[in-house]
Design a protein around this ligand. Structure first.
Ligand SMILES: Cc1ncc(COP(=O)(O)O)c(C=O)c1O
Length: 476
């Protein structure tokens, strides 16, 4: 037999050299590069190739062409949005996921991956202090985890209202009230539109100055909600890192005859692992469903998210994996973990394996040290900036992020100056914060999620931010 499996080795070795060179440059590399899309099209695009090319040359050319358009978002000074780096063992595991190319929705299609994901799922529930036996599905990110959670919530709420949505659809179904914090992330609204509930049904609950849901306001809104009701809270607000008061929210939900509590933990759920942070999430284990991201604070390579449902039967029924056709009946009858019961994808890569590798390589202590370090670094930066006259930190810094404004003057002046400071910093390339909004104000959003960020990165970045503020202030 003449197989060509040895052809992979030189290619992978070459890719290893490129990957290692890139990773080793992350500490110094400018975070952003001023390359235009037209320049990138000239480097990357062109005519559809009519014939084959040497794979080694393809890899080399590709690396050369793409380099000018890579953002060093895995580097230690990328502080925008909510983007983490990668734990070393998880990146290595992710490469093996691609090399092994296992399809993981069924135990029979990859027993090894089924058990590795099952183990990672159990360790995660234990680490976060959630309900033992809760179902965990590995998704492409928080958006898919939210989508999966809200479908499960919708089906369960309607089932309790004597409506089988899986067979009857939504035509004529009882109306579901949707109650969310006024800071809920856009991906919740996106999921509501996609699952047939729409966004017109949303009742918004006001938040306090830290963007944390006000429980008395929730009680007021809920007292007007009759029938099935979905409540969405969040663990880690994008702009302030605030955690909603879960115990009080869960009490309000429990008092309702038919309500489901979903928590969007994309940004902050991992804080539940840390003894010094977990008080912020008191009561989170009472949520019916939770979404989180692996690829943000947990530093997995993209794409990696998780959906957690307290009652496994609810997600298994909603995902409907038991009716996949005769050719899959034997697979579904196996008593072991069939991941299709915990998510939407009918075929997917083993994205739980990098999570397993993170638990094995860092252990609980290493994970908690990373989580605590990010919070300490975010506070360090906020403290440094707060000492400068004219820089205002808008929220109490309780987690890995904060929002700041620059300048002394009216809203219009401060909004413009803030945008100019952030854009200057992005262009300079030493660090990368992003702009955002905070109760109508334009802000600098500063987020620390990367395992590699050090005190030195923070101190040098603080100096650059203060310089940029002084330069733009003088120019305005
Ligand atoms: C609070 C919150 N929820 C959900 C999401 C969506 O996460 P993902 O981009 O992984 O789908 C984000 C993304 O930033 C977020 O900040």
């Amino acid at each position: 037999m003449s197989h060509h499996f040895k052809d992979y080795r030189p290619l992978l070795e070459r890719s290893l050299d490129h990957a290692a060179a890139y990773l080793e440059s992350l500490g110094e590399r400018p975070v952003d590069k001023e390359t235009t899309s037209q320049q990138l099209r000239e480097l990357i695009g062109g005519a559809l190739p009519s014939g084959a090319s040497e794979p080694e040359k393809v890899i080399d050319d590709m690396v050369n062409a793409l380099d000018a358009g890579l953002i060093a978002s895995g580097g230690p000074r990328f502080f925008g949005y909510a983007i983490g780096g990668t734990f070393p063992a998880s990146l290595a595991a992710d490469w093996l996921v691609s090399a092994w190319d296992q399809n993981v929705p069924y135990y029979v299609s990859s027993p090894a991956m089924a058990v590795a994901e099952e183990t990672a799922a159990e360790w995660m529930v234990e680490l976060l202090g959630l309900t033992e036996g809760a179902a965990v599905g590995f998704t492409s990110g928080a958006q898919e985890a939210i989508y999966t959670s809200l479908i499960t919530a919708r089906n369960s709420l309607l089932e309790k209202a004597d409506w089988d949505v899986a067979t009857k659809g939504l035509y004529g179904a009882p109306r579901i009230n949707v109650v969310v914090s006024d800071q809920i992330h856009s991906t919740i609204k996106r999921a509501l539109s996609m699952i047939g509930l729409g966004v017109d049904c949303i009742c918004k609950v006001p938040t306090d100055k830290n963007l944390r849901l006000i429980p008395s306001e929730l009680n007021r809104v809920l007292s007007d909600c009759n029938g099935p009701t979905l409540v969405c809270a969040q663990a880690g607000c994008i702009d302030s890192g605030a955690f909603d008061p879960f115990d009080e929210i869960a009490d309000a939900v429990a008092a309702h005859e038919n309500a489901w509590l979903h928590v969007d933990g994309a940004i902050g759920l991992w804080a539940a692992a840390s003894d010094s942070q977990k008080h912020l999430l008191k009561g989170i284990e009472r949520a019916d469903s939770i979404d989180t991201d692996g690829h943000k604070w947990f530093n997995m390579p993209y794409d990696c998210g998780m959906v957690i449902v307290k009652d496994p039967a609810k997600i298994t029924t909603a995902m409907g994996g038991s009716n996949m056709g005769d050719y899959l009946n034997d697979a579904m009858e196996k008593p072991d973990r069939n991941a299709i019961n915990f998510g939407i994808a009918a075929s997917r890569r083993a994205r739980g394996l990098p999570v397993y590798a993170a638990f094995k390589s860092l252990g609980k202590e290493g994970i908690v040290a990373h989580l605590d370090n990010c919070v300490a670094l975010a506070k360090r930066m906020a403290d440094k900036l707060a000492q400068v006259e004219g820089i205002t930190i808008l929220n109490d810094v309780v987690s890995n992020r904060f929002s700041a404004q620059f300048g002394i003057g009216d809203d219009e002046y401060r909004n413009e100056l803030t945008a100019r400071v952030v854009h200057r910093l992005q262009q300079e390339g030493f660090l990368y914060p992003s702009t955002s909004g905070y109760k109508g104000l334009k802000t600098m959003l500063f987020s620390v999620l990367n395992y590699h960020t050090s005190e030195e990165d923070i101190d040098q970045s603080a100096d650059k931010i203060i310089d940029a503020y002084n330069i733009e202030r003088a120019l305005m």
